[in-house]
Design a protein around this ligand. Structure first.
Ligand code: SF4
Length: 312
């Protein structure tokens, strides 16, 4: 079955097989992070709206459940910031009433200063927030927020959210060489993280092709040196690993692969792992998409990734 708002299940570093739900058009975001794996933000906004019809999203999700869809988690994420959708809390309610699969919200934290966003986000089981800056200047450098969004409001929104959220709160810190990896800056992020009191802090760096070629990763050794600045020490998110036990290969079509690659560039091995395919079959699906010019190859030091062609 073809879906418009659902994608995957895709492999997730932390969650196993994750059914993604995309609540904003490509690429609508309140940030334009230098490290973004989805690409440059084409619609930068801090305004909340019903960017896609919530009734259609719920109907699609219910179809997926009725067709026997299975995933380890359901994740609100995709090609932009999900909390920009003014009715994402209602979607969480609808998912909850249809199945008992844990619900994860991935958010860049930018709208946590808004009470309605905090109330809606608190309905999820796991909320992963981001904090990769320590002051307004570093915030502008790393996240390039939409106008009207301020760093202090983001931090205070996160503190307020922690005080009402009883689920698991994970805080991701994304570090880039020469941009926000100096120990003094990271120590300031650690001090802010302590005030937010997440259940865990995760250090990340560029793995997939970033929006800006200037966004360069730092090494595992450097991450290991920075992790103890956090208390308790931050966890280093290991390189993307494909999950076991995937969708049967016979049900996988090129359009399913395209839906994943549009949201997240992947290697051939990632694609094979995500869909439980022989590498040769993954290769042939990729070739089909490349011949239609739906995807393009991106060469990085750690391998060849496939992502959407410009304009997809
Ligand atoms: S990394 Fe996330 S928050 Fe940053 S621009 Fe990309 S989608 Fe938006």
């Amino acid at each position: 079955m073809e879906y418009t708002y659902l994608f995957g299940p895709v492999p997730s570093r932390r969650f196993g097989r994750s059914l993604g739900i995309d609540l904003v058009p490509f690429k609508t975001c309140s940030f334009d992070c230098a490290f973004c794996e989805v690409g440059r933000t084409t619609f930068s906004t801090g305004e909340r709206a019903e960017y896609v019809p919530i009734d259609d999203v719920v109907a699609e999700f219910q179809q997926w459940v009725a067709s026997g869809g299975e995933a380890e988690v359901i994740t609100l994420a995709g090609s932009g910031e999900p909390t920009l959708h003014s009715r994402f809390g209602e979607l969480i309610d609808a998912i909850r009433s249809s199945c008992d699969t844990p619900i994860v919200l991935l958010t860049n934290s930018s709208l946590m200063h808004l009470p309605d966003v905090r109330t809606s986000a608190a309905k999820a089981d796991i909320v992963k927030v981001s904090l990769s800056a320590w002051d307004e200047a570093s915030f502008q450098r790393v996240n390039r927020p939409a106008s009207g969004l301020a760093f202090d409001a983001l931090v205070s929104g996160l503190q307020q959210f922690r005080s009402v959220f009883s689920g698991r709160l994970w805080l991701e810190v994304f570090l880039l060489k020469g941009i926000n990896d100096a120990p003094a800056g990271v120590a300031r992020i650690a001090a802010l993280a302590e005030g937010i009191a997440p259940d865990s802090v995760q250090l990340n760096t560029v793995v997939r092709p970033p929006a800006e070629p200037s966004a360069v990763s730092i090494s595992r050794e450097e991450l290991e040196c920075l992790a103890p600045l956090f208390s308790p020490p931050a966890e280093i998110i290991a390189r993307f690993q494909a999950a076991e036990g995937q969708a049967p290969a016979s049900s996988v079509r090129a359009s399913h692969v395209l839906a994943m690659l549009t949201r997240r560039p992947c290697t051939l091995e990632d694609i094979a792992g995500a869909f439980g395919l022989e590498k040769a079959l993954a290769e042939s699906l990729v070739e089909t998409l490349a011949s239609e010019q739906s995807i393009r190859a991106i060469t990085r030091p750690d391998g060849v990734y496939y992502g959407p062609s410009e304009g997809v």
